[in-house]
Design a protein around this ligand. Structure first.
Ligand code: HEC
Ligand code: HEC
Ligand code: HEC
Ligand code: HEC
Length: 396
């Protein structure tokens, strides 16, 4: 290379630096140490990109006493809220309206009328009231039976809905795309999607949020022999892990010590919390939301392309933060959402399985199909059973 060429090359290299560096994230960072020193367990947050976890709206008015006439004495048909006082019942109805009913609802659907016929409040002629009852029962079940996950903080309708009729983040089964390329079947891979952090991992990790598909893939012995999980299964697990990390706005070491992803002892307690979260989400989807399939009217955007209702995943509540709403509890003014009524509710209609192809694995479809009519109870039992034999799981 002669001298004359080297100089323009050097100048060009220097001039292109800003372009190359544009790929780096500029701005102040904050590092949080999660694990023991030297373990590399830390989170790095870009302060310029930090968002607020959201601020819960104030209660319509504070709940001062739980004494007084029981709601069931006035409204004998109540199924989920009969045990509380009339005053508390009225407050909850007002709060639910703030949390779920959209500001821009049609004039006939505004406020209480989103769910009620004002001429007959006991009537279930609006599908939204049937949905709301199931949602009430789902919320109570989460707060009472899943304290392993939501702790005393708990959730309300607002955790998911945030003033919208349909929560911002949900998912449903998708039709099988044409996976064939010149190189063969893509297996859902190499399609950049936010769900899997734009990686080339399988892009339907949502199928883990129903059914019973095994997530663990690591060998239990030094040699991989006898490990039923193949490479493809491992890729699906990594896709799910990207999904969960994105939903919480954290990286892998928020839960794992990356020297041994499968080791519960070396992991943080957050991994145990997440394990319960996965089971909680499965139960909510199968026991409460999927059975609403026959309740939602078609063609108003409440069902996915395969005809199933929009279901929840970690993002529905967490919305990019490790604790939804920054860990602020809204239960003090709404304690009935963390209690189960004495009289057990009437079971929901049977889950109807979506016909046709779906991207979820056969195992998932089979598991949804296997849910009997008395869904909530049955799923509760099954999940309970799944909780116990976790030999190498969170409790060991
Ligand atoms: C998101 C849907 C929804 C909204 C909005 C809503 N409700 Fe309700 N309401 C329900 C459900 C579900 C029940 C039944 C609860 C149960 O069975 O425990 C109910 C029951 C009632 C009942 C008892 C009716 C009876 O005789 O059985 C009254 C009264 C009532 N609501 C008043 C109101 C008022 C007043 C508002 C507005 C401030 C309101 N509701 C807003 C869903 C809603
Ligand atoms: C864990 C998340 C979650 C919680 C908590 C939750 N919901 Fe929902 N809700 C959903 C999802 C997801 C949908 C959308 C289902 C669909 O469209 O197929 C929904 C839909 C609804 C709808 C139907 C709205 C429409 O316009 O069709 C109503 C009404 C509703 N929820 C009421 C409630 C009430 C009342 C509570 C609290 C007692 C509540 N939800 C708590 C996730 C949640
Ligand atoms: C919010 C907590 C959390 C985050 C963040 C998380 N994981 Fe996980 N991970 C879990 C849980 C819980 C399990 C076990 C699931 C089960 O047993 O059902 C698991 C399982 C795994 C496994 C299988 C381990 C085994 O026993 O075979 C691998 C591999 C893994 N995670 C990798 C990752 C990677 C890579 C990331 C970052 C992209 C990540 N995880 C982020 C909670 C988390
Ligand atoms: C119904 C709403 C809801 C859903 C869905 C949900 N979570 Fe949570 N999660 C919560 C609440 C509420 C807390 C806060 C509990 C507390 O205050 O400690 C929480 C806390 C956590 C924590 C502990 C965070 C910390 O800073 O210690 C982890 C980890 C977590 N969730 C993971 C998950 C994962 C993974 C999923 C999906 C499989 C999931 N969650 C789904 C409501 C939810």
């Amino acid at each position: 290379m002669t001298r004359d060429i080297r100089r323009p090359v050097a100048v060009a290299a220097i001039l292109s630096l800003p372009v190359l560096l544009a790929g780096c994230e500029l701005g102040p960072k904050e590092t949080t140490q999660y694990g023991p020193r030297g373990a590399g367990m830390e989170g790095v947050a870009n302060l310029n990109l930090a968002t607020s976890p959201g601020v819960p709206p104030p209660s319509a008015y504070p709940l001062t006493t739980r004494e007084g006439q029981r709601a069931r004495e006035v409204y004998p048909e109540l199924k989920a809220l009969g045990d509380i006082s009339v005053d508390e019942f009225n407050l909850l109805m007002a709060n639910i309206t703030t949390w779920v009913v959209p500001q821009d609802a049609a004039p006939t659907e505004q406020g209480c009328n989103y769910c009620h016929n004002p001429e007959n409040m006991a009537s279930y002629e609006k599908y939204t009231k049937t949905v709301a009852l199931k949602m009430l029962q789902m919320t109570q079940n989460i707060n009472v039976n899943w304290q392993t996950h939501v702790k005393g903080t708990g959730v309300t309708c607002y955790t998911c809905h945030r003033g919208l009729a349909i929560p911002q983040y949900s998912w449903s089964f998708q039709a099988d795309e044409d996976q064939s390329t010149i190189l063969g079947n893509k297996q859902g891979q190499n399609t950049p999607m936010q769900a899997v952090g734009y990686s080339s991992l399988p892009n339907d990790p949502n199928s883990y949020f129903v059914g019973n598909t095994e997530i663990r893939v690591g060998s239990k012995t030094i040699h991989p022999s006898g490990n039923p999980a193949g490479t493809k299964t491992a890729e699906h697990t990594y896709g799910l892990m990207m999904r969960m990390s994105g939903a919480l706005g954290v990286n892998c070491t928020f839960c794992h010590n990356s020297h041994a992803f499968g080791d519960w002892q070396a992991s943080r307690l957050q991994k145990v919390n997440a394990w319960h979260g996965i089971r909680m989400v499965r139960e909510a989807n199968e026991g409460y939301i999927q059975p609403l399939q026959t309740v939602f009217p078609a063609n108003i955007g409440r069902l996915g392309p395969m005809g199933d209702p929009l279901k929840i995943n970690c993002q529905t509540c967490h919305q990019g933060h490790s604790k939804p709403l920054g860990g602020v509890s809204m239960l003090a003014d709404n304690p009935a959402l963390a209690e189960l009524p004495d009289v057990q509710p009437i079971p929901a209609p049977a889950a109807v399985v979506v016909a046709g192809a779906m991207r979820a694995t056969d195992a998932v479809v089979g598991a949804v199909a296997a849910i009997p009519a008395a869904t909530a109870a049955a799923v509760g039992e099954r999940v309970q059973a799944a909780r116990e034999p976790v030999v190498t799981g969170p409790t060991s």
